[in-house]
Design a protein around this ligand. Structure first.
Ligand SMILES: [Zn+2]
Ligand SMILES: [Zn+2]
Length: 212
């Protein structure tokens, strides 16, 4: 297998031992971030993680900030190894690791604040329809938010859908429902932070027994 077969970056010299991580300013605008999938503009700091694939060995690139938000362990390891020394040109300015750890904390906090599916909420408008039976959801009544898998280009995403409590069991059986019936009641209780415990009990009674 040729050493030139480098994933997305056929510029590593032969016989050169590749560092497990590189931190550098992007040498062109051609690489793409594996996390946000956007272009890494020239000179923006990027983290390369060495991988050995079936077509050779090469680097997967990430915006350094994206990596900090989602793969902090790798970033910390790269800093331990002083991965900027593996760059052709050591970047003039690097953020302190503390700064990147803070980014990660903020990203985690944001993820926690987003309501997790499934959850119960009170219908605010009376205008939405139950995605299971098609009837209107009544204003002020409890409704359940479940996840439905939709195709989005080449990816699958979870779209939140609203259903009547009595329609939950039927919807959980639907092929494109990606909320698990397993541990459903427990998850619902844990996630339904905007309503009272009594309302949670009421909704659970209306939903009925899940199979697991
Ligand atoms: Zn990115
Ligand atoms: Zn319904």
């Amino acid at each position: 297998m040729s050493d030139d077969a480098v994933l997305g970056k056929p510029m590593v010299e032969k016989e050169q031992e590749l560092a497990p991580f590189i931190i550098e300013g992007a040498r062109s605008s051609r690489s793409k971030c594996k996390l946000c999938r956007k272009k890494i503009e020239k000179e923006i700091l990027r983290l390369g993680i060495l991988i050995e694939g079936p077509y050779g060995t090469g680097y997967l690139w990430h915006h350094l900030n994206c990596a900090a938000k989602h793969r902090l362990d790798d970033v910390e390891e790269a800093y331990n190894q002083e991965a900027w020394k593996a760059a052709n040109e050591v970047p003039a300015e690097l953020p302190e690791i503390e700064e990147l750890q803070k980014l990660n904390e903020e990203a985690q906090q944001k993820r926690r604040q987003q309501l997790t599916i499934p959850y119960i909420q009170i219908d605010p408008s009376g205008r939405a329809k139950c995605k299971n039976c098609g009837d209107l959801l009544e204003k002020g009544k409890l409704r359940i938010v479940l996840g439905r898998e939709i195709e989005f280009g080449t990816q699958y995403r979870t779209m939140p859908i609203h259903v009547h409590p009595k329609c939950v069991l039927d919807e959980l059986d639907a092929p494109n429902c990606n909320t698990s019936p397993e541990g459903f009641a427990v998850a619902l209780q844990a996630n339904s932070t905007s309503i009272t415990n009594d309302q949670v009990r009421l909704a659970l009674a209306e939903i009925g027994e899940t199979k697991s």
